[in-house]
Design a protein around this ligand. Structure first.
Ligand SMILES: [Zn+2]
Length: 479
């Protein structure tokens, strides 16, 4: 068939084709949503529990019933294959979900439709988008279009936790030449920062008795690397000058505008401070209660160990949002700056202090060299680095044909002309060598992922399917 004629047909047909399959798509999605696929304890032949395995089988069965080749790997992941030939394109979604939590207006695993929205755990993240992508491929296949390569819909079951699924899958299965993951938002996410976490630990505590009038007994703030701590607490033993410390603290609270309180119990003083939580990838949007309280402690003369802890924080932690104080500042034109969130700060008089750091970095920073250098830098101050984990940055050039084609396919069916962008968080796309995240949230979609009453508008579900069909037609169909 003439190429331009086929393109024309496609223009008209994409939406018509998808609407022809609307009822089937919704039916299958409702079936998938009815499976409680929260990660569970490993049992025989189900390494992440029965629920995720059942959801995987549900998808694989759809493919098998449609007469397509399928494969599962360790009951953790699998694929449905379309087309044939040398090349391989991957579409990567997941069918595990996070626990539903409380406050739902209907059963999270009995999907219902209200106001043209499907409400169920996982409908937005990521069962709805995965089903949309499956139908895009299935429609092209059913309607007789010929793929110019193999296309695999790859389904994982451990995305929300440990990514055992993709680890296992890509150990034995071929890495696609290119692909996308429908597990985020439109238009296209073409870069994701490297994500690291590490602990900075006070390593040489002074065991000798110090006769300071004020001793730091304990400090606690934050529970997770990837969140800005919203509260902090310090416990001091105060031998003299209790009232002047309290006065200073009240002054500090007034001056900084933070919310704080204190409690006196015998010779002990407990200070509490509130900040503002934010995601660890955007520490500048929060107020770190821990580092704020440390600022106050730096105005007080503490015992030797407490003072070493606070002095270290002054030099390396407080105000260090872009890595400069670690000597790891780096800027990438598209991916932006290094970000540093100190998500956990703890101190006890017995064990000393520990800072739990979540550092994210754009392409171009040598993190391994940076962390080695930091380790050497802080040794003098009596601190060491432990428990380093590092996921490398993921970056696909903005002008890569994959990015351009997906963007064009998206724009054809929307009036949103935003460019492809990069983020500080991580998406499933990073498990692909040349992969980007592509949908399925639109510009004005309310993000209900991981929340109660998770929902997806049916028109948006259909539109996402149209866009995936368009994109797969443009990348993988013989013209
Ligand atoms: Zn997801």
């Amino acid at each position: 068939m003439d190429k331009s004629l086929l393109m024309e047909l496609m223009n008209m047909e994409a939406q018509q084709l998808v609407s022809k399959y609307k009822d089937d798509l919704i039916n299958d999605l409702m079936g998938l949503l009815a499976i409680d696929s929260v990660k569970g304890e490993p049992v025989k032949d189900a390494p992440v529990g029965e629920g995720p395995k059942k959801a995987l089988e549900f998808m694989i069965d759809l493919g098998a019933k449609a007469g397509l080749p399928t494969k599962t790997v360790d009951n953790l992941a699998g694929h449905i294959e379309f087309g044939g030939g040398e090349g391989l394109f991957g579409v990567l979604g997941h069918v595990d979900v996070v626990p539903p939590g409380k406050g739902w207006t209907s059963d999270p695993f009995e999907p219902v439709i209200r106001n043209n929205e499907i409400i169920a755990r996982g409908v937005q993240d990521d069962k709805g988008p995965t089903m949309a992508a499956y139908y895009a491929l299935k429609i092209l296949h059913n309607e007789g279009y010929k793929f110019n390569q193999r296309v695999r819909l790859i389904i994982g079951t451990d995305e929300e936790s440990d990514w055992q699924c993709t680890d296992a899958y890509f150990k034995s299965e071929e890495m696609p030449d290119a692909g996308f993951s429908p597990d985020a938002e439109f238009p296209v996410i073409h870069g994701e920062k490297g994500i690291t976490s590490f602990n900075i630990v006070q390593s040489n505590l002074d065991d000798e008795y110090t006769d300071s009038d004020i001793e730091l007994k304990a400090f606690i703030s934050g529970e997770r690397y990837n969140m800005v701590p919203e509260s902090a607490e310090a416990k001091l033993k105060v031998l003299t000058q209790m009232s002047s410390i309290i006065q200073a603290y009240e002054g500090f609270i007034r001056k900084t505008g933070n919310e704080g309180s204190y409690e006196i119990d015998g010779g002990f003083l407990k200070l509490e401070l509130s900040g503002k939580s934010a995601h660890g990838s955007t520490p500048e949007e929060g107020v770190n209660a821990g580092t704020e309280l440390l600022k106050f402690l730096s105005e007080i003369e503490l015992d030797a160990n407490g003072s070493q802890f606070v002095k270290f924080a002054q030099e390396y932690i407080i105000g260090n949002l872009t890595g400069g104080q670690f000597n790891m500042a780096h800027h990438h034109e598209e991916m932006g700056n290094v970000s540093v969130n100190t998500g956990m700060i703890n101190y006890t008089e017995v064990d000393g202090g520990i800072f739990g750091v979540n550092l994210r970095y754009p392409a171009g920073l040598d993190f391994d060299a940076g962390i080695k250098n930091l380790e050497a830098m802080i040794k003098e101050s009596g601190f060491a680095i432990e428990d380093v984990s590092d996921q490398k940055p993921h970056y696909v050039d903005k002008n890569d044909p994959l990015v351009l084609t997906l963007l064009e396919s998206y724009r054809k069916h929307t009036d949103d002309d935003r460019e492809a962008f990069t983020i500080g968080g991580g998406t499933y796309a990073r498990t692909l060598e040349t992969g980007v995240a592509f949908g399925a949230m639109f510009k004005n979609t309310v993000d209900t992922m991981h929340q109660k009453d998770e929902r997806m508008n049916i028109d948006e579900l259909m539109l996402a399917t149209v866009i995936y069909l368009e994109a797969l037609y443009n990348t993988c169909v013989e013209k």
